[in-house]
Design a protein around this ligand. Structure first.
Ligand code: ADP
Length: 189
């Protein structure tokens, strides 16, 4: 089973590139951000997730891990999964390792998109026009998301580096160029 963790800060292009990888390799794409946004807006869970996401804070691990596991379980015959936006903390990475180990599989590789902070900010501000997302519209919330990434999420790369599973991919350039870099990285796994 091909289990790819597509990693990078908010605005790095994980969602855009996931669609292309999903198509080329026939993988299931799971974005925890998308899963949270797709919950029934009247449910308690959706309201809780939104109360964190709208401010640019992480949804607590306990909730996020449960959501991720139930999403993965919807695809028992998947030949592989792209994890987009998960794991975002070391506790989530440990939970994913344990969850996959129980299924007799493991993370194949983490592909980490590297994009400078100024570029991230301008991409997110541009995205606000089309995404309608509250967390894209406000520069202070964008700043909080980037800081949360630097403080809580960036260390997850070290977790996979220790397992020799980390590849850094230059995330600046045309969408096509970046897709091709990801394809080469996956083809050489
Ligand atoms: P982006 O990568 O652009 O920040 P996402 O769509 O991946 O956006 O996530 C939006 C929000 O959903 C995050 O800011 C966070 O509040 C919540 N979220 C998504 N994935 C996770 C996760 N793995 N752990 C905690 N919170 C998460």
């Amino acid at each position: 089973m091909l289990n790819i963790v597509l990693f990078g800060p908010p605005g790095a292009g994980k969602g855009t590139q996931s669609e292309r990888l999903q198509e080329k390799y026939g993988l299931v794409h799971i974005s925890t951000g998308d899963v949270f946004r797709a919950l029934d807006p009247d449910s308690d869970l959706a309201k809780l997730a939104k109360s964190y996401a709208d401010k640019g804070n992480l949804v607590p691990d306990e909730i996020t891990i449960k959501i991720l596991e139930s999403e993965v379980s919807k695809f028992p015959n998947a030949k592989g999964v792209i994890y987009d936006g998960f794991p975002r903390t070391t506790a989530q990475a440990e939970a994913l390792d344990a969850f996959l180990a129980a299924k007799g599989t493991s993370v194949t590789s983490m592909l980490s998109l590297v994009v400078p902070e100024d570029e991230l900010k301008s991409r997110l501000i541009a995205r606000a026009e089309v995404s309608g997302r509250k967390d894209d519209a406000d520069p202070a919330i964008i700043q909080n998301r980037i800081e949360t990434y630097n403080n809580s999420t960036a260390p997850v790369a070290g977790f996979y580096q220790e397992q020799d599973k980390l590849s850094e991919i230059d995330g600046v350039g045309s969408i096509e160029d970046i897709t091709n870099r990801l394809f080469s990285a996956i083809d050489s796994l």
